[in-house]
Design a protein around this ligand. Structure first.
Ligand SMILES: O=C(NCCCOCn1ccc2cnccc21)c1cc(-c2ccc(F)cc2)cc(O)c1O
Ligand SMILES: [Mg+2]
Length: 214
């Protein structure tokens, strides 16, 4: 019977990466997706921009919307300080099951809480469920038409504080026009566009980094 692309990505990690070595997990996925099968990981080029933002923010609390196979989850978690916590939301149970194994292979399970379900349902519950006050960093990488409503929902739920950073993938391709329009024109955010390329391709894409001003 046919395997899924996430299952093939996990197999590539288990074959080519060293257990407990997050960088080798990231490298194995990038090699597979560049040379064997494209997949919608943030990838190595945008991944370097992600790394620099994570290092600069040095967050104690991170929310990732859109786990997929756990590539960016592992990339972020490998850079976090020892007591930091990353909560990652994944809608698709099949993807979540693969991501759990990728995260385990990287040896980062103790830093990461993977939650299965829809952002609209979970965002209002994160405070009570995980004892979170606010997020220092949010990485948006889920359904592109959910970036704006979920940003507004995070504001309403008091999950953002003065200085919280939102980092959004794919603001050009596939594109998040309503989110960009809102975040770039809102007096409550200061935004910066990092031009890059769609993972493993020459097409333009980029990350939008926005600071919540309170
Ligand atoms: O679609 C993309 N990502 C989203 C996945 C579903 O996310 C669903 N999902 C995950 C948590 C979660 C929580 N609540 C609701 C939905 C929730 C996505 C797509 C492309 C892409 C670019 C060009 C193409 F020709 C084809 C695809 C690239 C990317 O980097 C992406 O991130
Ligand atoms: Mg993406």
């Amino acid at each position: 019977t046919q395997t899924t692309r996430p299952q093939r990505i996990l197999a590539a990690v288990q074959k080519n990466a060293t257990r407990g070595d997050p960088r080798s997990v990231v490298k194995a996925i990038d090699q597979f997706c560049r040379h064997k099968e494209w997949a919608m990981n943030v990838g190595d080029e945008k991944g370097c921009i992600l790394d620099s933002v994570v290092t600069e923010v040095n967050p104690a609390t991170v929310l990732e919307l859109g786990t997929y196979c756990g590539y960016s989850t592992v990339r972020i978690a490998s850079l976090l300080p020892s007591h930091a916590k990353l909560i990652t939301l994944e809608f698709d149970p099949g993807n979540a099951a693969i991501a759990r194994q990728v995260i385990a292979w990287a040896g980062l399970a103790d830093k990461i809480q993977l939650v299965e379900g829809a952002s609209g349902d979970w965002i209002p519950k994160l405070k009570e469920k995980f004892g979170i006050e606010t997020f220092d960093l949010v990485f948006l990488d889920h359904w592109k038409d959910r970036y704006l409503p979920d940003t507004k929902l995070m504001e309403e739920c008091g999950l953002l504080r003065k200085g919280s950073i939102l980092l959004a993938d794919n603001v050009i391709c596939p594109g998040t026009p309503d989110y960009l329009e809102y975040i770039r024109n809102s007096p409550r955010y200061k935004s910066q566009y990092f031009k890059s390329h769609l993972e493993y391709t020459k097409a333009e894409d980029g990350l939008e980094k926005s600071v919540f001003l309170g």
